[in-house]
Ligand binder design. Structure first.
Ligand SMILES: Nc1ncnc2c1ncn2[C@@H]1O[C@H](COP(=O)(O)OP(=O)(O)OP(=O)(O)O)[C@@H](O)[C@H]1O
Ligand SMILES: [Zn+2]
Length: 636
C-alpha cells in the first residue's frame, strides 16, 4: 500500500492535501534533527527546509543514522538531504548556515513557513528561534535531549507558554582567571588540563599569539591578564617539544608548567592576599621520577608517581602526534588522553593544595558529556512530528479546538515527577504573564526598505510610532538589542540622525514605552526591524497591532484580582515544566524587563550609553552591567 493511502486513512483527504501544501523549517540536523527529518518526510510535508551550521564529525555517527564514515567533514544539512532521497516525496531545501545569521536568514525569510521544528543543542539558538516564532506568530515545536532524558514542547505564540516562560538552567562555567591562575577545586585543575593544556599541546593549530583584547578574563588585574596571555604564547613553544618527539625534553615541559609558571603566579602578590600560596615542584622532583608508575585507575598514588605517569604518557602522545596528523582530540575513552589530563590535573592540584583524584574520578568529571542516546532522540523526534499534526489541526479524529489542550512530552526522570513512567504528557500552559518574551510587551514587525533606513530621521520615526499606537508625548525608545536609550523626553540628542546613523538596521529590536501615565499607561511595544531590499523605496510599514492601555506599575488602584493574576505567574503549580514537584520558579526580577537575559530596570527614566561615535551628551550614565560570562571556560 503506498504511503499516501495510509496517511489519507489516518488524517483524511483534506488534511493530507493541506499537509502536502505545508512548508516547515527544521533547525538542526544533528541527533534529534536527523530523526525528525526522517519522520516528517514520512509524514509527507510539502516542503522541508533544513538549516544546520555544522559539518559531520566522527562522534556523530553512533546516533545520527543519516551519516556515514565517508560523510565526515561534509555539511550536515546537504548530506542529510542526500541520505533521505530514496524515500523522500517532499521538496527538500538544505542550508549550511547559522540560523541566527540575519543576513542569510532575514525575518521575512521565516515568513514562508507554517511551522518550525527546533532540533538544536544550545540555549542561544533556541532563544533566538523562539523570539522569531513570537514575532511572526509562527508555531514552534521545541525539543531537546540529554542522555535518557528529553522533552518536546509545542509553542503557539500568544496562546501557550513560550520557551522563555520558564527559567532555564545555564551550563556550569568558570571564569578564566580561576582556571588559569587561582584554582581551588579539583574540577578547576581538570578543566585547565583538558580545555587549556591538552588542547594547546595536542589539538590546536600553532598561532603563538593570544592577543584577544575583547576576551573577558574574569579579572581586572592587568598584571594577571598579561601573565595569562604570555603563558598561552609560551605554550606554543612547548608544542615544539611535542613535535620534536625528543622524550628527553619532557622535563622541560614539567619545568615550565609546574615551576616557572607557578613562580610567575606567586610574583603577583594581589592574588595571594586571601588565598593559600601554591608550592611549585622542585627540580629534584622533576628530575628523579620513580621508575615504575602506579597504574590502578581507582587510586591516586603519590606526587612522584603522578610525575612519572606524566612523563610516560606525554612520550606516548608525542609518538602518536605525527601519526594522527598533528591533531589529537581529548576523548575520555582514549586512555592516553585521559591519563595525560588526569596526571597534569593532579600535579596542578598538588601544587595548589587541592586533593588529587583517581583516573576513574577524573574520567567522570572530564568526560562530563552526558551521552547522547539515539533512542531518546527518536522518541522525542517522534513526539514532535506527531504533535505537529495537532498544532496544524490536521487530525480529523482529534480536532484542535483549544491550544492549551495540546500536550507536551517530557521524561518523568527529568522532572522527578514519577519513578514509574518514562514519559509524561501534560497539557500546555498558557503564556506566563511575567514572561519578558511573550507577555510583558506587545510585539510586531516593521517592514523597512534600506533607503528608508538611510533617510528617515529618528524624530520622524518616533512620531510615526507614537501616532500609530496612540502613545502620549512622553515616551522612551530603547534599542533593545544593545540596550541603548535612543530617545526620551530629556534625551533628544539623536533626533536629527537617520536610523542607520544610530546603528539601527536589519534585525534590530526596539522597545517603545509610555513614560507618561501615572495610573494608566499604554503597554510597551517591541518592534523588530525587518529590512527588505525587495520593498519599494520609502517603505516603512508598521504592523497593525492593538496596544492596550494597562494600569501603571505604580498605580495605587490595582485591584486584588489583577495583583493575584500577576503574582500567580511567579510560582505556578503545574506539571508541564521541569522544576521539582512540578513547581516552576520563574525569574524573581519583579518589575524588570529582561531582554536577552540582561535586566533592564523598569523605572521611568533610564539613559544608557549609546555606542555611536561622537556621543552627543554627557548626561547619560551606564545602566546595564556588562555581561561577565562571555569568554569563560566551559565544560562540554
Ligand atoms: N545556531 C545554529 N544554527 C544552525 N544549526 C545549529 C545552530 N546551533 C546548533 N545547530 C545544530 O544543531 C544540531 C544539534 O544536534 P546535536 O544536539 O545532536 O549536536 P551534535 O553537535 O550533532 O552532537 P554532539 O554535540 O552531541 O556531539 C547540530 O547539528 C548543530 O550544528
Ligand atoms: Zn514566554
Amino acid at each position: 500500500m503506498p504511503r499516501e493511502t495510509s496517511l489519507v486513512t489516518i488524517i483524511g483527504e483534506d488534511s493530507y492535501k493541506k499537509l502536502r501544501s505545508s512548508r516547515c523549517l527544521l533547525v538542526g540536523a544533528g541527533g534529534i534533527g536527523s530523526e525528525l527529518l526522517k519522520d516528517i518526510i514520512l509524514m509527507e510535508f510539502g516542503e522541508i527546509h533544513i538549516v544546520d551550521l555544522d559539518t559531520i564529525d566522527l562522534s556523530n555517527l553512533n546516533r545520527q543514522f543519516l551519516f556515514r564514515q565517508k560523510d565526515i567533514k561534509q555539511p550536515k544539512s546537504t548530506t542529510a538531504v542526500k541520505a533521505v532521497q530514496h524515500f523522500n516525496n517532499s521538496k527538500l531545501v538544505p542550508y549550511q548556515g547559522n540560523v541566527m545569521d540575519i543576513s542569510t536568514f532575514p525575518l521575512h525569510w521565516f515568513e514562508q513557513f507554517d511551522i518550525i521544528f527546533n532540533a538544536l543543542d544550545n540555549l542561544a539558538a533556541r532563544r533566538y528561534v523562539n523570539k522569531i516564532s513570537q514575532f511572526l506568530s509562527l508555531p514552534l515545536i521545541e525539543s531537546g535531549t540529554a542522555g535518557f532524558d528529553g522533552y518536546m514542547q509545542p509553542i503557539i505564540p500568544g496562546k501557550t507558554e513560550c520557551f522563555e516562560c520558564t527559567k532555564k538552567e545555564t551550563p556550569k562555567t568558570f571564569p578564566v582567571c580561576t582556571i588559569r591562575s587561582t584554582p581551588s577545586q579539583p574540577i578547576h585543575c581538570i578543566v585547565w588540563a583538558k580545555n587549556f593544556l591538552f588542547n594547546q599541546l595536542f589539538a590546536s593549530e600553532t598561532s603563538g599569539n593570544e592577543d584577544d583584547n575583547d576576551q573577558d578574563w574574569g579579572t581586572d588585574d592587568a598584571e594577571e591578564i598579561k601573565r595569562i596571555k604570555q603563558e598561552t604564547n609560551e605554550l606554543y613553544e612547548l608544542q615544539k617539544i611535542i613535535i620534536s618527539r625528543d622524550a628527553s625534553r619532557i622535563p622541560e615541559i614539567l619545568n615550565k608548567l609546574f615551576i616557572q609558571d607557578i613562580n610567575k603566579l606567586l610574583a603577583i602578590e594581589n592574588l595571594w592576599k586571601t588565598r593559600t600560596k601554591p608550592v611549585p615542584l622542585s627540580d629534584s622532583q622533576i628530575n628523579t621520577p620513580t621508575k615504575t608508575a602506579q597504574s590502578a585507575s581507582n587510586s591516586v598514588g603519590t606526587i612522584q608517581e603522578q610525575i612519572s605517569n606524566f612523563i610516560n604518557i606525554t612520550q606516548k602522545l608525542m609518538d602518536r602526534y605525527p601519526k594522527e596528523q598533528n591533531h589529537i582530540e581529548f576523548d575520555k575513552d582514549d586512555a592516553d588522553t585521559l591519563e595525560f589530563v588526569a596526571t597534569a590535573a593532579n600535579i596542578r592540584s598538588h601544587i595548589f593544595n587541592i586533593p588529587m583524584k583517581s583516573v576513574f574520578d577524573i574520567k567522570q568529571i572530564a568526560g562530563n558529556i552526558i551521552p547522547a542516546i539515539a533512542t531518546t532522540n527518536a522518541i522525542v523526534a517522534g513526539a514532535s512530528s506527531l504533535i505537529s499534526l495537532r498544532v496544524l489541526n490536521l487530525l480529523k479524529y482529534a480536532p484542535t479546538t483549544k491550544y492549551t489542550d495540546l500536550n507536551m512530552a517530557f521524561t518523568a526522570k527529568a522532572s522527578n515527577l514519577s519513578q514509574n513512567r518514562y514519559l509524561s504528557n501534560p497539557k500546555l500552559a498558557p503564556p506566563n504573564k511575567n514572561c519578558p518574551v511573550c507577555s510583558k510587551v506587545c510585539r510586531g514587525v516593521i517592514k523597512l526598505s534600506s533607503d528608508c533606513l538611510n533617510k528617515m530621521k529618528l524624530s520622524d520615526f518616533v512620531v510615526l510610532i507614537r501616532e500609530k499606537y496612540s502613545y502620549p508625548q512622553d515616551i522612551s525608545l530603547l534599542d533593545a538589542s544593545n540596550q541603548r536609550l535612543l530617545f526620551d523626553y530629556d534625551f533628544e540628542d539623536l533626533n536629527d540622525r537617520t536610523l542607520s546613523e544610530i546603528n539601527l538596521g536589519n534585525g534590530s529590536i526596539i522597545l517603545f514605552s509610555d513614560e507618561e501615565g501615572d495610573t494608566m499607561i499604554r503597554k510597551a511595544i517591541e518592534l523588530f526591524l525587518d529590512v527588505d531590499d525587495e520593498l519599494p523605496c520609502n517603505t516603512c510599514s508598521l504592523p497593525d497591532v492593538e496596544v492596550p492601555l494597562i494600569k501603571a506599575n505604580n498605580s495605587p488602584s490595582k485591584n486584588e484580582e489583577e495583583e493575584k493574576n500577576e503574582k500567580g505567574a511567579d510560582v505556578v503549580a503545574t506539571t508541564n515544566s521541569h522544576g521539582k514537584d512540578g513547581i516552576v520558579i520563574l525569574d524573581d526580577d519583579e518589575g524588570e524587563i529582561t531582554i536577552d537575559a540582561e535586566p533592564i530596570n523598569g523605572s521611568k527614566k533610564r539613559p544608557v550609553d549609546t555606542e555611536i561615535s561622537e556621543a552627543p551628551s554627557n548626561k547619560r550614565t551606564k545602566l546595564v552591567n556588562e555581561p561577565t560570562n562571555s569568554d569563560i571556560v566551559e565544560l562540554d
